[in-house]
Design a binder for this molecule. Structure first.
Ligand SMILES: Nc1nc2c(c(=O)[nH]1)N[C@H]1C(S)=C(S)[C@@H](COP(=O)(O)OP(=O)(O)OC[C@H]3O[C@@H](n4cnc5c(=O)[nH]c(N)nc54)[C@H](O)[C@@H]3O)O[C@H]1N2
Ligand SMILES: Nc1nc2c(c(=O)[nH]1)N[C@H]1C(S)=C(S)[C@@H](COP(=O)(O)OP(=O)(O)OC[C@H]3O[C@@H](n4cnc5c(=O)[nH]c(N)nc54)[C@H](O)[C@@H]3O)O[C@H]1N2
Ligand SMILES: [Mo]
Length: 782
């Protein structure tokens, strides 16, 4: 057997002609470009009839939930809402291409390792359960029952159930995720690494301390009543395109939209709605941001403290003049704790430091804060630009502070709106995917099933990989996703995973994580969202929860990509039965009819009362969100102003040090690379680019088009040996001191430990780096 190489995947070869591949995009977001992109995506997947049939049913009352993002639909009852990147997600799944046993017979894993991430998934849908044969270095077909038996044997053979890791990616339905956590807890551990640990964990950890709930507090309707909307650190034109429809309405109503983002993102600037015939015909774009502030990457803490400091100063000035002040004093007195400490912290933060660390002028910050203060009702939306920092939890809590100062939580038109990532990442957490089970969850399981679930905390995503690297964990099961590639530090993650005794991947398409075989490795193909799921009790639907706590049903209609596919709930039940011969759970009965799974979810989690009835109502139902009612589920029943240390995650910027964020291109879904373009940022046919401010390039004697090396440093500026070499510099209107490149290409710049200590979220958007002209690579390197 050949030993596969262990270095991270290389960027695809760059095109020779820089001018052909990097051309500024002048148009708006949306418009005809979006329609053309969809047509291209459908053709590319050779799936015209399947895709059209599928697209027809996206987010319909009796259709399936779009796997593209977690933005809610207007009551899930509207006519087809056009969304370019939703369409790409759907056609990518509904493709006519197949990755068959014949394909695996032709390629060893070592050979496939050399393919790029796009080409691997582009082979199409997995069709058969497969098992790894080390002698040939290939996957071979295996029968479902045999695979399950061997997996069950391997899990039972572990000396301790806490030596296995059970990963979840956020596409899994509530039903699949609930069965999964039940299986794992009856097996005996709480090791639930989850994609959300790399994503919104700062929200899940930060917000409960602030407002008693780790979720957003707004509904879609609140956007109709907001007097101002702040968009901080997210890129909806690419990652939540249906949100542009909502922001467009806000803008047309004349309410200001304030963007705080180091990069100019076209979707946040102007938008032609493909839903609007007049806009499409005239090309007349709607302005989205009324004001666009570009702070330094990682500057948000200073921006937010600056805004709050301005607010307190303006409040004092107003009171001195005999006004009522700018703070909601009644709300603060009745509902909160910690105001005085916050005010003292803000008084102690000096404007010089705020300007230096934020990268914004005092005037800019005052401008943002005065829009905030003038608006009666404010919504703050945020994404990975806030959470994926070494102080992500503190960032989130400062957002909550800002809102609490004017009572902007728990009333119509106001609130906090984290944009969740995967379409059901929020739901998975609600139904028990957590490494730190609450007493209520444990009670619910005990009460419903009569077994004693483990209480000891398990591993999150980084801790899981560390446990695998140190040999403390020997098995990894993945309910979807591409953990090895999504995680930071491929230099550590890839070799670690090769040491596993058992790897099991439940997946729709082939990806690099599947190419890291353990002593025993299995690839189990599952149905996707678009496909008909028939069990003994007839066709089934699953349920999901969006970013606004709306739970609704999703039912696929397409003929499954292969007759051998099974649904995720059925696969989990099969593995559970094979692993737990004395299980207290009737797995078979649950899977016959998913209503029974939902009835059990309701039994364990009283918040789902009436689940099966309520989810049958058009548009589904909203899970109770206590903070939306101004009921604070914190220890003392109050909302909390919480302090953050200093103004920055790093002590002081060392000379010449820049900060790098890894971001998504327009043609990717996380580790799924649909294509090599990033239309709105003007990139065509390549991903080996680094976006740099022209002045930062010039200061280093570099120019656009140069080949450069990106060297990661510790916060004080010392190189740490991690680098990306030979990438192409693109002069871009990103803020000074800030650099961006694509994810996952930049993941090797981070060590596993480079993360927020509070939430464990990797600092994917706060890597201190230096840039230099590309050095020729030494022999044997690279
Ligand atoms: N088409 C598509 N849709 C997706 C995904 C996808 O990959 N493709 N992924 C899904 C998932 S899992 C998630 S989590 C979401 C991600 O959605 P987003 O949160 O939009 O994700 P990113 O592309 O990582 O980057 C967000 C933005 O953060 C900005 N940014 C970077 N650093 C900073 C900073 O320090 N401060 C501020 N204020 N801004 C900063 C970047 O300029 C960028 O505009 O999208 C989901 N939807
Ligand atoms: N540098 C850097 N790294 C990051 C980020 C970043 O911004 N920068 N973002 C982080 C974030 S926010 C996230 S959420 C993670 C994402 O991490 P993951 O969720 O692990 O990754 P995905 O790329 O979404 O997973 C793609 C795979 O999911 C499988 N799949 C697709 N649909 C289904 C389905 O219906 N069922 C099943 N069982 N499998 C399916 C396919 O096999 C596909 O190859 O990455 C994180 N990593
Ligand atoms: Mo995410």
């Amino acid at each position: 057997m050949k030993t596969p190489p262990q270095d991270p995947p290389k960027a695809p070869p760059p095109e020779a002609d820089f001018d052909k591949t990097v051309r500024p995009y002048e148009g708006p977001a949306g418009g005809w470009g979006a329609l053309r992109a969809v047509a291209g995506a459908i053709r590319g997947q050779m799936a015209v009839p399947r895709s059209m049939e599928a697209l027809h049913r996206v987010n319909q009352p009796v259709g399936f939930d779009c796997p593209g993002c977690a933005w809610p639909d207007p009551s899930h009852t509207s006519s087809f809402e056009f969304c370019e990147n939703g369409a790409k997600a759907v056609t990518w799944e509904a493709t006519s291409r197949r990755t068959t046993p014949d394909f695996f017979a032709r390629h060893t894993l070592s050979e496939l390792w050399q393919w790029n991430d796009h080409d691997l998934e582009n082979e199409g849908r997995l069709t058969h359960p497969m098992v790894y044969d080390p002698a040939q270095d290939k996957y071979l077909p295996i029968l479902w029952e045999e695979a399950a038996e061997r997996i069950g044997d391997a899990l039972r053979a572990l000396p301790d159930p806490t030596m296995a890791e059970f990963y979840t990616s956020g596409r899994a339905s509530n039903e699949a995720a609930f069965l999964y956590q039940l299986f794992v807890r009856e097996y005996g551990c709480n090791n639930f690494p989850d994609c959300s640990n790399m994503c919104h964990e700062a929200t899940s950890v930060g917000l409960p301390e602030s407002i008693g709930v780790g979720k957003g507090t707004v509904t879609l309707e609140d956007f109709e009543h907001a007097d101002a909307v702040f968009c901080i650190g997210h890129n909806p034109g690419t990652n939540h395109p249906r949100m542009l429809g909502t922001l467009r309405e806000v803008s047309l109503r004349g309410a200001p939209i304030v963007v705080i983002n180091p990069m100019p993102e076209r979707g946040l600037e102007r938008f032609v709605s493909p839903q609007d015939p007049a806009e499409m015909l005239t090309g007349h774009a709607v302005r989205i941001a009324s004001t666009y502030f570009k702070p330094r990457i990682g500057g948000d803490l200073a921006v937010l403290k600056g805004m709050m400091k301005w607010l307190l100063e303006a409040d004092a000035a107003d009171l001195a003049k005999g006004g009522e002040g700018l703070l909601d004093r009644a709300f603060i007195a009745e509902h909160t704790r910690g105001f005085e400490a916050l005010a003292a912290d803000l008084r102690a933060s000096d404007w010089d430091g705020i300007e230096r660390h934020s990268g914004l002028s005092r005037d800019d910050i005052a401008g943002a804060a005065s829009i905030y203060a003038r608006a009666e009702r404010v919504i703050v939306c945020y994404g990975m630009g806030i959470t994926q920092h070494r102080h992500g939890t503190e960032n989130v809590q400062q957002l909550a502070n800002l809102l609490l100062l004017r009572g902007n939580i728990g009333r119509p038109g106001a609130g906090i709106c984290p944009l969740r990532g995967h379409s059901n990442v929020q739901g998975d957490r609600t139904v028990g995917i957590t490494e730190k089970p609450s007493a209520a969850l444990l009670d619910g399981i005990r009460r419903t099933y009569g077994f004693e679930p483990p209480a000891a905390h398990g591993h999150d995503a980084v801790a899981a990989v560390q446990a695998i690297a140190e040999g403390r964990s020997k098995a990894l099961l993945c309910l979807g996703g591409n953990l090895a590639v999504a995680m930071s530090d491929p230099q550590a993650t890839f070799p670690a995973m090769r040491k596993l005794d058992l790897a099991v991947h439940i997946a729709t398409k082939l990806n690099r994580s599947h190419l890291i075989p353990a002593r025993q490795a299995f690839l189990l193909p599952c149905l996707g969202r678009t496909e008909l799921d028939v069990q003994a009790g007839g066709p089934q639907s699953v349920t999901v929860e969006d970013s606004m706590s709306m739970v609704h049903a999703s039912q696929g209609r397409l003929k499954p990509a292969s007759e051998h596919l099974r649904s995720e709930p059925a696969i989990v039940a099969l593995l559970a039965r094979a692993t737990l011969p004395d299980s207290k759970v009737d797995w078979e009965e649950m899977v016959e009819d998913y209503d029974r799974i939902r009835a059990d979810i309701e039994a364990v989690f009283p918040i789902f009362a009436g689940y099966n009835d309520r989810v049958r109502e058009p548009g589904g139902f909203r899970l109770d969100n206590a903070a939306s009612r101004r009921h604070w589920n914190t220890a003392d029943g109050k909302a909390h102003f919480l302090l953050a240390r200093g103004l920055d995650e790093d002590p002081a910027a060392a000379d010449g040090l820049l900060r790098l964020a890894t971001v998504r291109s327009h043609d990717q879904y996380n580790t799924t690379i649909y294509g090599m373009n990033d239309r709105y940022r003007g990139i065509h046919g390549r991903r080996d680019v680094v976006f740099v401010n022209p002045d930062d390039l010039a200061e280093r004697g570099l120019k656009e088009g140069d080949r450069i090396d990106v060297q990661a440093c510790d916060p004080l500026g010392a190189a740490n040996g991690r680098s990306v070499r030979g990438y192409v510099a693109v002069a871009f209107a990103i803020s000074r001191g800030s650099v961006a490149m694509y994810y996952p290409e930049g993941n090797g710049l981070l060590a596993l430990d480079d993360r927020d200590p509070r939430s464990g979220t990797p600092g994917y958007k706060s890597v201190p780096v230096r840039l230099s002209a590309s050095a020729p690579q030494a022999a044997g390197e690279g």
